[in-house]
Write a protein that binds this ligand. Structure first.
Ligand SMILES: Cc1ncc(COP(=O)(O)O)c(C=O)c1O
Length: 464
């Protein structure tokens, strides 16, 4: 729809999304099930509930801002991935999306493995009882301490990311009298259709060793010579928030090609490939994500076909979804503090959080949805920008959205699909206290799994 096709007037004076006008949704009280977690619904009084608990009650008990995580949805998504890939493949949840002890326990119970990329994530995984053999360690610059701890603990695999690291991990493993299972992370030269900062398989970036130019093949040569390493496979991760399976198919094809070259050069068939994470989720009703079974079928089909063509046995496939599991399972609940109408421009609705609890809008131009959740409203739609309380004009939570024009201080707003890369990327900017994560199971017995920070927490670190 073009801008001029919409009734004129200050509430519609702006354009959305680079020049094309997006009309307001037909019903602002409706909650799109693709964007909201499974137990979220609006009750007869107009208040939104999760796990049967109203957001007004939850705000009263846990305060705002806060992340509310729909536990049964999280577990269902784990099972959907697990079932889609079946016993002949492995699903590693990418802990960077969001990790806590409760998450580790749920993963364990739902039979998923865990990908960690720092000493802190490894410590959380081990502390919460994830068996070390079900953990993979990632990172483009793992410290000697991180590698030592992982090898000592007996992690199932370390994903090697540079020539230096091949030698470093081998030496540490030998010193500890171990042979560490490793994969080599390669960059396959795929341009994933996503934001530059989250696309990771084109060649000009910091992760992995390039297939083009032979770095990856050289890495295999070096790793196979070292006693401390058991090279079990090749790893590729092409980016994040990807909807188009074509990039994964090219990646799978190129990784299988490398397996064939390794077989030809060394007489060794590596038994595993990992195709990474990066599957997109619905942040707004415009997004149309793939289901785990579609992804599993597409990947299995291409790997099987390529292996048959190359005369290779089909390797064990693994994947590392983070966002696709936890992203849709949580929403952030905020209270409105001020509403400022800029005549002829837009209305700014300020909430009690912001870029300290969700940096993705500022960092990646990420798009989010927002809804008035403490009541329903029949007021006309008003185009808004939802902003935080930080001292930055880029402190935007939802760049362009519609809310009922009677939105007012004291109302509760919820931003869905904030389970991934929000609490895990949260900061103390302006000495904000990072919000709690509250798990809400189906029986409504909500409990804090990561508590709200306090001023004492902040001051405890300030030892000057
Ligand atoms: C190696 C690797 N695996 C998995 C993931 C998870 O990606 P996503 O959360 O988009 O599925 C990432 C994200 O950066 C990654 O770098």
């Amino acid at each position: 729809m073009s801008r001029s096709a919409h009734p004129a007037g200050p509430r519609y004076a702006d354009v959305l999304h680079e020049g094309h006008y997006t009309p307001p949704p037909a019903d602002l009280n409706a909650l799109d099930p693709r964007v909201w977690s499974r137990t979220v619904t609006r009750n007869a009084d107009g208040v939104v509930t999760v796990g049967g608990r109203s957001v007004t009650e939850l705000a009263e008990e846990f305060g705002t801002p806060a992340y509310f995580l729909d536990e049964s949805d999280f577990r269902a998504r784990c099972r959907a991935w697990r079932d889609a890939f079946g016993p002949e493949a492995d699903v590693f949840y990418a802990g960077k999306a969001f990790l806590s002890r409760a998450i580790v326990r749920w993963l364990k119970e739902e039979d998923l493995n865990l990908d960690v990329c720092s000493g802190g994530e490894l410590a959380t995984a081990l502390d919460a009882g994830m068996p070390a053999e079900r953990i993979a360690l990632h990172g483009n610059n793992k410290s000697t301490e991180e590698i030592t701890r992982a090898v000592e603990a007996g992690v199932g695999r370390i994903v090697l990311d540079s020539f230096q690291e091949i030698v470093r991990v081998a030496h540490i493993a030998e010193r500890l009298g171990k042979r560490q299972r490793v994969q080599i992370r390669v960059t396959v030269g795929v341009e994933a259709h996503t934001h530059e900062f989250i696309a990771t398989a084109h060649e000009d970036q910091k992760f992995g060793l390039a297939l083009a130019g032979g770095q990856a093949a050289e890495a295999v040569r070096r790793a196979l010579k070292l006693d401390g390493l058991e090279l079990v496979g090749i790893h590729s991760h092409i980016g994040s928030q990807i909807f188009d399976m074509a990039g994964f198919e090219v990646s799978a094809r190129r990784v299988v090609q490398l397996l064939a070259e390794v077989r030809d050069e060394h007489g060794v068939e590596l038994p595993e490939i990992d195709l990474g994470g990066g599957l997109g989720i619905a942040y707004t009703s415009e997004d149309d994500p793939r289901e785990p079974h579609e992804i599993a079928t597409a990947l299995r089909t291409i790997v099987t076909r390529e292996c048959a063509a190359a005369g290779l046995a089909v390797p064990r496939i693994s994947v590392e979804p983070g966002r696709a599991i936890v992203g849709p399972t949580a929403f952030t609940l905020y209270e409105v503090g001020t509403v400022k109408e800029l005549p002829g421009l837009r209305t700014y609705v300020s909430v009690d959080g912001g870029m300290s609890d969700n940096i993705r809008t500022a960092l990646y131009d990420a798009e989010y949805s927002v809804a008035l959740v403490s009541r329903s409203s029949t007021a006309e739609p008003m185009q808004v920008r939802v902003v935080g309380k930080h001292c930055e004009s880029g402190d935007i939570v939802v760049r362009d959205a519609f809310l009922p024009s009677d939105v007012a201080p004291g109302d509760l707003l919820a931003v869905p699909a904030t389970g991934a890369y929000c609490r895990s990327m949260a900061s103390n900017y302006n000495h904000a206290l990072r919000p709690p994560v509250v798990a809400v199971p189906e029986d409504g017995k909500a409990r804090v799994i990561v508590r709200r920070e306090t001023e004492e927490d902040l001051l405890r670190l300030d030892v000057g």
